[in-house]
Design a protein around this ligand. Sequence first.
Ligand SMILES: [Fe+2]
Length: 243
Amino acid sequence: MRYGIIADIHSNLEALQSVLAALRERGVDEYICAGDIVGYGADPGACIKKTREVCQVIVAGNHDHAAVDLLDTEYFNPEAKKAVLWTRRQLSEEEKTFLKGLKPTAVRDGFLVVHSTPLVPKEWNYINSTFDAYRNFKAFEEKICFVGHSHSPMVFTLNTREHLCEHTSDTKVPIFDEYRYIINVGSVGQPRDGNPRASFAVYDTSLKQVEIIRVEYDIKSARRKIVAAGLPEGLSLRLVAGI
Ligand SMILES: [Fe+2]
């Protein structure tokens, strides 16, 4: 089986279309979304529609819940908060019901999917260090946990014999029997690792490998729509730098 894992689409339809085309090219069998379909970008409805069409598994992100008032925006930065309120006004009742119904975690074929952390999914914490990762490895039983949320692709491994937790920058990660993995697949629609190209992962169970892939998309068009919608200009500018 080949799984395409996407996260943090953030209403960026141009990025989502490029990623889905790349996944189709790679002959992916199933599509998984690790949350944050909406927020920041100008195409919430179209991104919800496309994601629902292709993904067999979708879990909730903090922006998905904030957009339907299930999460307080008190801790959101001012631009994110403006985007949440704008998004809320664009969504149909049916789309709101769909977002409200998203669960924080899902298990598929021996792997866990969660937007933030397996430890406390709805506290929306980050896994940014081996310290964070080690605590989180204790909170789930599956071999692999796919996450999003930080918008930076990142891989943590746990050697189960030696209880050694490490970080790797490799983009092709072999899946070994004696190891477990926490894999942040990066962001489709708002990468923040200094690389503006859309990020996603392919998990090939026969090849026993997870690969993190980057693709170009029409950033100009996504930026134009953000400005035309009256969303904060900073949300358009950051797409260019990937921050
Ligand atoms: Fe996000």
